[in-house]
Design a binder for this molecule. Structure first.
Ligand code: PLP
Length: 423
C-alpha cells in the first residue's frame, strides 16, 4: 500500500500541478466548483471496491449492508433537499441521468421540445449528433430578441408538434425559466415536463431559485456544478409510476454497478447543501454574478462597457455578448487565461462567428464563492475582467492584472489542508 507518489510519480506530479493551478488561478467556468475535502475523502474511500447492482435492500451482490446505508442516506437527503418523494442517485453523470429519463419515458422517434443548443440548451436536450437528437424527433425552441426564452414560441410549437415531452433547462442562460408556464403548456398538449436543473440546483437547494421539482414530472441534476459535490447525476420525481420506470431505466436499463464511492460523496454534499454555510455561499454566488453583470455594463468600469445578454442575471452566471466587439470569444477567453482567470467561450444566440470561435463568454461565480469571495472581491475580479477585455491590452497591463489576480487568489486559500498531500 505504497503512496500515489511512490506508485505513480507521473500521475502524482500531474495532480499536484492541477492542485497548484486551481489554487493560483481564478476559476470562473460556470459549471465548475470546488468540492469540500470531506466530499473528496468519501469519493476516495473503500466504497470504490464494492459491487452493488440493484438498490438499497434489493441488491444482486452480498456484503452490501454498509453501502446500503450510504446510498439510502444519499437518497433521503436528496429527497429532503428538493421536496421529492423519490430520488435515484446512481446516474454516473448528468448526461446519463438525462438518458435514463428519455429511456424510461419515451419511445424511439417520439417528438420532444428542447432549448436550442445555440440558444443555451444542453447537448442532451436534442443536439443533432447527441443520443437525444439521434433518437427523437427534436423540435427546438429559442430565446427571443430580449434574450429570454420565448414562451409564446414554446406554446405554438407544442400545439403544432404535439410533443410527448417538453425539456426545460439550460447550460448557458442567465435568467429563471417560467416553470408554471411550461407546466401549463405541457398540460395543454398532454406532454410530460422534464426539467434539467443541472446548473442551478445549488441555488434551488438554498431557496434562492424557484424549485422545479413540485412542478415537473421528472427533474434531473448534476451534483458537481452549483451543488458543489462530486461529478455525477441524480433524478427526482413525485410521481410513483415515473419513479418505477426511472429505477429500471438506470439499472438494469443503462448502467451496471453503481459508483458507491461517488454516491457516498453525493450524500456528504447533500448534507452540506442543507446547511446555513452553503446557503450563504449561494447568496454570495448570486451577489457576485450581479456585481459582475453590473460592472461589466458600466462604461466607467469597462472601456465603453461590455455587453451582457439580457442586461443582467438572475443566476450564477453572466453571458458576455461580443457580437459587436473586435474581440471574438476565443480571443477573449485567451485574454482572461493570460491574466489567470479561467472561463469558457460560448456561442450567443444567432452567433455570426463559427462554433470554435464564438462571440460570447460564459462567466460563473460558484467556484469563487466557494473560495470565500464576497462583494468586494467580486467587484475587484469584475474590474480585472473588464480591463482584460479592453480593445488593446499591452503586456505591461497583463502583468499588472496578473498581480491583482494573484492577490485575490492568495487572499482566498483553496485547500490549505491538502498542501503537499497529493504526494
Ligand atoms: N445538463 C445540463 C443542463 C448541463 O449543463 C450539463 C453539463 O454541462 C449536463 C446536463 C451534463 O452533465 P455531465 O457533464 O455530468 O454529463
Amino acid at each position: 500500500n505504497a503512496s500515489l507518489a511512490q506508485v505513480d510519480p507521473e500521475i502524482s506530479d500531474a495532480l499536484d500541478a492541477e492542485l497548484r493551478r486551481q489554487e493560483s488561478t481564478l476559476e470562473m467556468i460556470a459549471s465548475e466548483n470546488f468540492a469540500p475535502v470531506a466530499v473528496m475523502q468519501a469519493q476516495g474511500s473503500v466504497a470504490t471496491n464494492k459491487y452493488a447492482e440493484g438498490y438499497p435492500g434489493r441488491r444482486y451482490y452480498g456484503g452490501c449492508e454498509h453501502v446500503d446505508v450510504v446510498e439510502q442516506l444519499a437518497i433521503d437527503r436528496l429527497k429532503a433537499l428538493f421536496g421529492a418523494s423519490f430520488a435515484n442517485v446512481q446516474p454516473h453523470s448528468g448526461a446519463q441521468a438525462n438518458t435514463a429519463v428519455y429511456f424510461a419515458l419515451l419511445q424511439h422517434g417520439d417528438t420532444i421540445l428542447g432549448l436550442d443548443l445555440a440558444h443555451g440548451g444542453h447537448l442532451t436536450h436534442g443536439m443533432r449528433i447527441n443520443y437525444s437528437g439521434k433518437s427523437f424527433n427534436v423540435v427546438p425552441y429559442h430565446v427571443g430578441g430580449d434574450g429570454r426564452v420565448d414562451m409564446d414560441e414554446v406554446a405554438t410549437l407544442a400545439r403544432e408538434h404535439q410533443p410527448k415531452m417538453i425539456v426545460a433547462g439550460w447550460s448557458a442562460y442567465p435568467r429563471h425559466l417560467d416553470f408554471a408556464r411550461f407546466r401549463q403548456i405541457a398540460d395543454e398538449v398532454g406532454a410530460l415536463l422534464f426539467v434539467d436543473m443541472a446548473h442551478f440546483a445549488g441555488l434551488v437547494a438554498a431557496g434562492l431559485h424557484p424549485n422545479p421539482v413540485p412542478v415537473a414530472d421528472v427533474t434531473t441534476s448534476t451534483t458537481h456544478k452549483t451543488l458543489g459535490g462530486p461529478r455525477g447525476g441524480v433524478i427526482l420525481t413525485n410521481d410513483a409510476a415515473v419513479a418505477k420506470k426511472i429505477n429500471s431505466a438506470v439499472f438494469p436499463g443503462l448502467q451496471g454497478g453503481p459508483l458507491e464511492h461517488v454516491i457516498a460523496a453525493k450524500a456528504v454534499a447533500f448534507k452540506v447543501a442543507a446547511g446555513e454555510e452553503f446557503a450563504d455561499r449561494q447568496r454570495r454566488t448570486l451577489e457576485g454574478s450581479r456585481i459582475l453583470a453590473e460592472r461589466l455594463c458600466r462604461p466607467d468600469v469597462a472601456a465603453g462597457g461590455v455587453k451582457v445578454l439580457t442586461g443582467g442575471t438572475d443566476v450564477h452566471l453572466v453571458l458576455v455578448d461580443l457580437v459587436d466587439s473586435q474581440l471574438d470569444g476565443k480571443q477573449a477567453e485567451d485574454r482572461l487565461h493570460r491574466v489567470g482567470i479561467t472561463v469558457n467561450r460560448n456561442a450567443v444566440p444567432n452567433d455570426p462567428r463559427p462554433p470554435m470561435v464564438t462571440s460570447g463568454l460564459r462567466i460563473g461565480t460558484p467556484a469563487l464563492a466557494t473560495r470565500g469571495f464576497g462583494a468586494e472581491a467580486f467587484a475587484e475580479v469584475s474590474d480585472i475582467i473588464a480591463a482584460a477585455l479592453a480593445p488593446e491590452l499591452p503586456d505591461s497591463a497583463v502583468q499588472a492584472l496578473r498581480q491583482r489576480v494573484a492577490a485575490l487568489a492568495d487572499g482566498h486559500p483553496l485547500y490549505p489542508t491538502l498542501e503537499g498531500n497529493q504526494s
